[in-house]
Write a protein that binds this ligand. Structure first.
Ligand SMILES: *Cc1c(COP(=O)(O)O)cnc(C)c1O
Length: 351
């Protein structure tokens, strides 16, 4: 059975070997204050920068999840107010978490088919940080990466924070254009869940120093003190860091992955268009995601599609939030193998 769930998702087949390797090498019992750990952590950060084209002067922190980053950004990078723009459940959850910690947070919603007219976004002068969900996993939309550059040019004085949980390591991202990027490894990294990454620009780190929050185990400054030694404030998921290092050693550069993912996305959308019964949840081509393909239908139809796919050993991803029962999703993540993608294309064309 091939899972097309968008997280947890299909893991790379080589994960089995890497896990055994970690056990055999004694990695599972090393101290997270040891030289062995420091070297592994440093190497992993270097590989992330190299494989994903993350600027050298950005700092990468280990977290437990993307959800943790929602809190870190509110605690350590927002004195009073963040402003959020979203069309789906993950952007909304981020706003909810931010609002609990910073009650003056402002939430702006837009329709899933709305064009992203960045120049029309109403951004309060008092807002310190602009928060966007680049790839909205719940409904299969994306804010095109080049628009983030435009957002930066229009609001050079604000920090920009971007949720890239379901696109990081899947498509090329313009890291220079924003200050905070975060995600977790159970999506485009093709790994089991349990590790998150938070990527900060020098400006973001400087802002954290200005705000000087040190009240939490995961205050950004405490993470920063530790990562100077390639360490973390608590005992991290050492196995996941090892797996991440090994995965990064074996995957191609992001330029190559980006091309593959976009070609596969194009093939998926064409297959849906050709099919007699399937319809994309997102009608506006300009805002469709490359890594999450969402397809809508009646509740009964969705059940039928799931059963028919299952017969061919294909596990369709469930819908999410308000589209839970009237849509299904296809994860277009790099760990899916070419023959599995082909089987999905064949199934789609038959519907
Ligand atoms: C999956 C996902 C999250 C949550 O990730 P966790 O690692 O479970 O915290 C947040 N945002 C987006 C866009 C996601 O796809």
């Amino acid at each position: 059975m091939t899972t097309f769930f968008p997280g947890p998702s299909r893991v790379y087949p080589q994960i089995a070997t890497f896990m055994q390797e970690a056990f055999d090498k004694g990695i599972l019992s090393i101290s997270h204050r040891s030289e062995t750990f420091n070297a592994m952590s440093e190497k992993t950060v270097g590989l992330l920068k190299n494989k994903l084209n993350i600027p050298d002067n950005y700092t990468i922190y280990y977290t437990s999840s993307a959800t943790e980053s929602w809190e870190i950004i509110a605690q350590s990078l927002t004195k009073n107010q963040s402003v959020h723009f979203f069309s789906g459940a993950f952007g909304e959850k981020w706003f909810d978490y931010a609002q609990k910690l910073r009650p003056n947070a402002i939430g702006n919603t837009f329709e899933i088919n709305a064009d992203h007219n960045i120049e029309e976004w109403n951004i309060a002068a008092t807002a310190e940080i602009i928060s966007i969900t680049q790839n909205e996993t719940s409904n299969g939309t994306q804010i095109r990466p080049q628009l983030i550059q435009q957002l930066r040019e229009q609001h050079p004085e604000k920090l920009i924070a971007v949720d890239v949980t379901s696109s990081l390591a899947g498509i090329s991202l313009p890291f220079e254009a924003a200050d905070v990027w975060y995600g977790s490894v159970q999506k485009c990294f093709g790994m089991p869940a349990g590790l998150g990454l938070l990527i900060c620009s020098p400006r973001a780190v400087a802002r954290a120093k200005e705000i000087a929050d040190r009240k939490h185990y995961n205050s950004l400054l405490i993470l920063d003190d530790n990562i100077q030694k390639w360490q973390t404030s608590c005992t991290p998921n050492v196995l996941a860091i090892y797996l991440l290092m090994r995965v990064l050693e074996t995957i191609p550069s992001i330029e190559e992955t980006d091309k593959m993912i976009k070609a596969r996305a194009k093939a998926y959308y064409e297959a849906v268009k050709e099919s007699k019964t399937l319809m994309t949840l997102v009608e506006n081509i300009a805002v469709r995601s490359d890594t999450i393909i969402a397809i809508k239908g009646s509740k009964e139809q969705v059940l039928e599609w799931k059963a028919s796919a299952k017969n061919e050993n294909i596990l369709l991803g469930a819908g999410y939030g308000k589209w839970k029962e009237t849509s299904f999703r296809i994860a277009n993540f790099p760990a899916l193998q070419q023959d599995e993608v082909q089987a999905m294309l064949v199934w789609l064309a038959k519907q």
